[in-house]
Design a protein around this ligand. Structure first.
Ligand code: SF4
Ligand code: SF4
Length: 420
């Protein structure tokens, strides 16, 4: 089986296909700290793509309340249990095992991925009678039925008030779409070769003509983002609003434009982009791309369950009030460092954070113009200077599309014109 490099694991791993470089890769950063759980993103997606008969239980974008919520219910716990059963006690990170470079920024994952744990069951001739090539499971219909179960449920009420920086009682919203993985589990498992990754932008699609509804992809996607449609007997999934990404949707004005779920986000938590990749599927050096800067230079945004091995391309700034062990099992060993950098941001990061939802056109690069110091705040006993820098975003053609200041403008309404 081909060996591919998975930078999120800090090592090579087995995958059913050779690594394929894409011209660009669809990617996004979600800032969990800012999400208000309004579900506008979920409704924007549903009203665009999944409103037809047979799609009633389909939410390509969903927002679930962790730790108890999940769509489908317990999707992550179930997959983690399968991996643990295949490799008892071995699903561990060697945080010192990497070299800190973009090839291994979080150390090395010493456990087995969804691909490797299935390989362990393979015979010498490479076949496994009656078993899948990827470790996974098919959720029941009941598990798909209540996407909002446990919404806003906290773990407990604090006994003696809130303890900072972590809270005794906590919950957080987890925003989920297809990760358009570099090594997709869904694609690896399809016996019809009906799933493909587009060379121009890395978007993962299901060819509806070839799909026969075997649901191998539903079983194999560890994030459970492929969904069976009984009326057509095929599988459907998030298509990353590709007409908007291409700029071919009439509303886009011909330039790459963010997806519906991103553009509609009320909390301004999402920033989407198209990053350049290397031959081995890793991200090419591009510090002028805001996503590259946050993921690879500041390491403030982390992949969701990197240990699954699919190299997902949606990244999360972890919630700062949640107990660290929970975050580490979900986002890997970089969780504490990411929170430290978010709570005490560098001058450049603070400016880049202003780009979230500042434009619906995709920002391909940015510049920062330095401004004067306007305030000083105290973060965990340390003084942090705030500067009124201006961040400027450019689209795919290099044209300026947005200009935002760190200091929020304040306007006062003249006192005498109150209408009531
Ligand atoms: S998240 Fe699931 S459906 Fe999306 S590309 Fe990855 S494996 Fe496939
Ligand atoms: S629209 Fe934005 S703020 Fe609202 S639930 Fe979705 S991700 Fe969160």
């Amino acid at each position: 089986m081909p060996q591919v490099h998975n930078w999120q694991l800090g090592r090579d791993m087995e995958y059913v296909h050779e690594a394929g470089q894409t011209e660009r890769q669809f990617a996004a950063v979600f800032n969990i700290n800012r999400c208000i759980g309004c579900q506008t993103c979920s409704m924007a997606c549903k009203s665009t793509w999944t409103f037809a008969p047979g799609q009633e239980l389909m939410w390509w974008n969903n927002v679930e309340t962790k730790p108890y919520g999940g769509y489908p219910q317990n999707w992550d716990v179930k997959t983690l249990e399968l991996l643990e059963a295949a490799n008892p006690g071995g699903q561990t990170w060697n945080a010192g095992g990497g070299d800190g470079t973009p090839k291994a920024p979080y150390g090395r994952f010493d456990g087995t991925t969804i691909f490797e744990s299935a390989d362990a069951k393979r015979g010498a001739d490479g076949t496994v009678a009656g078993e899948a090539t990827v470790t996974g499971y098919i959720p029941t219909e009941e598990e798909w039925k209540a996407p909002n179960a446990f919404e806003d449920h906290a773990t407990t009420f604090p006994k003696q008030g809130v303890t900072l920086p972590e809270h005794e009682g906590w919950f957080f919203y987890l925003q989920r779409i297809c990760n358009h993985c570099t090594y997709p589990g869904c694609l690896a498992a399809c016996p019809r070769n009906a799933i493909y990754k587009r060379p121009e932008d890395g978007i993962v699609l299901v060819d509806q003509e070839r799909c026969r509804g075997y649901r191998k992809c539903v079983e194999a996607c560890p994030y459970k983002k492929t969904m069976y449609r009984p009326t057509t007997r095929t599988t459907e999934k998030c298509i990353a609003c590709y007409p908007r990404i291409e700029g071919t949707d009439p509303l886009t004005g011909g330039v790459p434009t963010e997806t519906r779920c991103m553009a509609a986000c009320v909390g301004k938590i999402r920033l989407q982009g198209l990053v350049k990749t290397n031959e081995d599927g890793s991200w090419a050096d591009d510090p002028k791309n805001p996503l590259y800067y946050m993921v690879h230079e500041e390491k403030v945004a982390l992949p969701l369950y990197p240990q699954f091995g699919t190299q997902p391309n949606v990244y999360y700034i972890p919630p700062r009030w949640v107990p660290r062990p929970y975050l580490e099992q979900m986002f890997g060993p970089g969780a504490q460092q990411a929170i430290d950098r978010y709570t005490k941001p560098s001058r450049r990061l603070l400016a880049i954070l202003q780009l979230f939802r500042a434009s619906r056109r995709i920002v391909f690069s940015y510049d920062i113009e330095r401004g004067p110091k306007f305030d000083e705040i105290n973060v965990n006993g340390e003084a942090v200077d705030l500067f009124d820098d201006t961040v400027i975003g450019y689209d795919s053609t290099g044209a300026e599309i947005v200009r935002v200041n760190v200091q929020e403008p304040v306007s006062e309404r003249p006192g005498k014109i109150n209408s009531i």
